[in-house]
Design a binder for this molecule. Structure first.
Ligand code: NDP
Length: 453
């Protein structure tokens, strides 16, 4: 680590204690940007880096609600409004017991660069709660969402802040929150994305993150004159991103042999085909069951519960060509990364946000594989959220084909932007440096234009 990065990180850690995920996200970006700051002393003088790591606003609030027994429950709500230099704050809401300030700050920080890469006019934000939707009734989820929105509504607006879904927040939760927002404000407006298709949503939004991650993998493969056809793929997670990653891999002629949830993973050597995937989607989105049930239903598949004493995740230890981590942050450590490379995996496209630890990233970068980091590879979700905002403003809906074509083009452009920036700054083929620099430059230039605010 250079002296510049070391000094900068010492200050970040002192000022933001007990936020390891935020430190990790900042360090990766600062390491990439050192060469940019050397070439652009004006950014240094204007303290762009010091400003870009500081949220414009953090909102923290109490969310009391009543469970089905009439008992009082209390959760914490948060919204990080990170940067609005190029557009309204935009980024998902996460409902998971692990949610805390540091995790949401890392997500909001990454979102700033990701949104910039999409070429759409969106600033960065992220929010959520330590509420756990698992095991709750629909009525409990509804009461929580309504109470969450009873505070959050005053900070939102189609030109101010437009949240979407993330872990634990899908169509059901967006519906309950949008319903409450509409009632309080007495207006029907595009203030959340990921809405249902009959009430302002965009076609392809549920599919967009997963489809986009596969389009990004296909773009990376095309640099070696290859395609997704016949590729064996490891996918983690079984939620929104994992489901539509699997669907697109199948459509492009590949095969998915693993899926997981937080309890364990399944290995299906014959592949999760369209029929099995339909069963998984029903299991996860309607019956809200566990992935373990897959192995009870399909006899060729094996289920392995996670052993928390292991210092690696066996899901990443199968022979394959591609890996699509689609569950959560830091799910691939250095050992997992080495297993992947040793097993012949040479394409990583991150559907999840920051799923690879710094040690894992180092393994990938030293192995001459195609490593597409989340900021670039999973930007398809927020890109189609941006398209949903555009359709809402125009009071018009595009066809499935039109949205999908735009998504494909955006992913292609993000891929080119990463490649070009990496080339320009002397690191050809390094998507980490490319994504961080390309995402940063647009926001930094806007911040310079807007003055010290
Ligand atoms: P979902 O809630 O739909 O699914 C999350 C999946 O990951 C579930 O299978 C869940 O298992 C598993 N998971 C969650 N937390 C953990 C954990 N701590 N350890 C192991 N497994 C875990 O979320 P999404 O699919 O929407 O999000 C997945 C990832 O993609 C996240 O990193 C998110 O930030 C990122 N992402 C999502 C976008 C979107 O549009 N939805 C956009 C860009 C990025 P279980 O059911 O047991 O909790």
């Amino acid at each position: 680590m250079s002296q510049f990065v070391e000094d900068f990180m010492a200050e970040v850690k002192a000022k933001n204690p007990a936020e390891p995920e935020f430190h990790q996200a900042v360090q990766e970006v600062v390491e990439s940007l050192e060469i940019v700051l050397e070439k652009h002393p004006e950014y240094k003088a204007a303290k762009i880096l010091e400003r870009i790591i500081e949220p414009e606003r953090v909102i923290l609030f109490r969310v009391p609600w009543l469970d089905d027994q009439g008992g009082v429950q209390v959760n914490r709500g948060l919204r990080i409004e990170m940067n609005s230099a190029i557009g309204p704050y935009k980024g998902g809401l996460r409902f998971h017991p692990s949610v805390n300030l540091g995790i949401l700050k890392f997500l909001a920080f990454e979102q700033v660069f990701k949104n910039s890469l999409t070429t759409l006019p969106m600033g960065g934000g992220k929010g959520g709660s330590d509420f756990d939707p698992k095991g709750k009734s629909d009525n409990e989820v509804m009461r929580f969402c309504q109470n969450f929105m009873l505070e959050l509504f005053r900070h939102l607006g189609p030109n101010t802040d437009v949240p979407a879904g993330d872990i634990g927040v899908g169509g059901r939760e967006i519906g309950y929150m949008f319903g409450m927002y509409k009632k309080i404000r007495n207006e029907f407006t595009g203030v959340l994305t990921g809405k249902g298709i009959n009430w302002g949503g965009s076609l392809i939004r549920p599919e967009a993150t997963g489809y986009g991650a596969v389009y990004f993998a296909a773009e990376m493969l095309s640099t070696r004159s290859e395609s997704m056809e016949s590729k064996t793929c490891l996918v983690s997670g079984s939620g929104n991103v994992a489901q539509y990653t699997t669907e697109k891999i199948n459509q492009l002629g590949g095969k998915v042999i693993t899926l997981s949830d937080s309890s364990g993973y399944i290995y299906d050597p014959e592949g999760v085909d369209a029929d099995k995937l339909a069963w998984v989607i029903d299991l996860k989105n309607v019956r809200r069951g566990r992935i373990k049930e897959y192995a009870d239903r399909f006899s060729n598949a094996a289920y392995t519960p996670y052993d928390h004493n292991l210092d690696y995740n066996p899901l990443w230890d199968y022979k394959a060509d591609c890996a699509f981590p689609s569950a959560t942050q830091n799910e691939i450590n250095g050992k997992d990364a080495q297993h992947l490379v040793d097993n012949g995996v040479y394409v990583i496209s991150e559907g999840a946000n920051m799923p690879t630890t710094p040690e894992g990233v180092e393994v990938f970068l030293n192995s001459n594989i195609l490593y597409g980091l989340g900021k670039a590879a999973n930007a398809g979700g927020v890109a189609v959220s941006g398209l949903e905002m555009a359709q809402n403003s125009a009071r018009y809906s595009w066809t499935r084909e039109e949205v999908d074509n735009r998504l494909k083009l955006i992913m292609k452009n993000i891929h080119s932007a990463c490649i070009n920036a990496a080339d320009r700054f002397g690191q050809p083929g390094n998507y980490v440096v490319g994504a961080n620099i390309a995402g940063f430059l647009k926001v930094a230039d806007a911040m310079m234009d807007l003055g010290v605010v």
